[in-house]
Design a protein around this ligand. Structure first.
Ligand code: AMP
Ligand code: MN
Ligand code: MN
Ligand code: MN
Length: 290
């Protein structure tokens, strides 16, 4: 049972890294990628969990990018978390996140809602997100739930919306590759792109060195799953799968509870990638040939 997309409380997940590992192990997950938004700090503590010997923990990250004014998420798997180029990028992104939250704080203050920054200071996270701002709004009684917090305040039409200034897709892929990781395009059907635009995005992603795409994730229907499988085949991308687990609360997919890859893309399942199987002899070679 393989799950290659999950979050801890180092970004906007609810569980600590050891709690995440424990839950994955008890759900029967054999391979777990921890892919926090724009940070990798949770990985070291995940390895301290007693259950970490029962499964393979794959070091990952989910990087927010901007492409044609849209927010695109790129996942890095098997990254070397100590690699300086990637860490420089992630620190820039973390700073952008903090600046964005400060902007939300200013805008909320202007409409009579104060205290966001004080609340943020109490959080254990390394990469702050709108999810945290939504939690603050719920705590303050300004929104009934996350959906409402996004609809009323934080989303594209929300009262205090602010633009994000994430890095480019090419920059994210370059950072992942510098850290010898596999770059995977996350949840491609969520970007509301026309087919033509999606193809253009994928071409650019591949030109930058991107290699994979999430085929099975969250609660895709069978039809959606088949479409994603065909896309991975057509575009010659490795097929990945992950729950995008954030919290044990109802409404989120649980760790490992995702549909298997359809038969027609098993041949390009990401666990056959040389970086995963270990058949890639010299990372420097791969850079050289690409
Ligand atoms: P950010 O990366 O700061 O833009 O925050 C986005 C995060 O907020 C996502 O990763 C989700 O976890 C969460 N999120 C985004 N939109 C919604 C929504 N409509 N309802 C609930 N959570 C959301
Ligand atoms: Mn999230
Ligand atoms: Mn995402
Ligand atoms: Mn995610």
């Amino acid at each position: 049972m393989i799950d290659l997309h999950s979050h801890t409380n180092f970004s906007d997940g609810a569980l600590t890294p050891p709690q995440l590992v424990q839950r994955a192990a008890s759900n029967g997950v054999t391979h777990l990628a921890i892919t926090d938004h724009d940070c990798t700090g949770g990985l070291a503590t995940a390895l301290l969990a007693p259950e970490s010997t029962q499964l393979q923990i794959i070091p990952g990250v989910e990087i927010s990018c901007l492409w044609q004014q849209r927010e695109i998420h790129i996942i890095g798997l098997f990254i070397d978390t100590a690699e300086p180029d990637l860490q420089t990028l992630l620190q820039e992104q973390q700073l952008l996140r903090m600046e964005r939250v400060q902007e939300f704080a200013d805008r909320l203050q202007a409409i009579g809602i104060s205290g966001l920054m004080d609340y943020i200071q109490t959080l254990p996270c390394q990469a702050v997100s709108r999810n945290h701002v939504a939690e603050f709004l719920i705590k303050e009684g300004r929104a009934a739930d996350k959906q409402q917090a996004f609809k009323k305040f934080l989303g594209n039409n929300g009262r205090v919306r602010t633009a994000a200034h994430w890095c480019s897709v090419a920059r994210a892929v370059a950072g992942i590759r510098a850290a010898n990781g596999i770059a995977v395009l996350a949840h491609a059907d969520r970007y509301r792109l026309t087919r033509t635009k999606l193809m253009l995005l994928i071409e650019e992603f591949k030109d930058a060195g991107g290699e994979g795409i999430e085929v099975s994730y969250s609660n895709l229907s069978h039809d959606q799953l088949d479409r994603m499988a065909k896309l991975s085949e057509e575009m010659e991308l490795w097929a990945s799968m992950g729950s995008d687990f954030h919290t044990p609360e109802a409404g989120w997919m649980d760790l490992g509870r995702i549909r298997q890859l359809p038969q027609n893309c098993r041949e390009r399942a990401i666990w056959l990638h040389p970086r995963w199987t270990g058949s890639e002899s010299d990372p420097a070679e791969r850079q050289h040939h690409s």
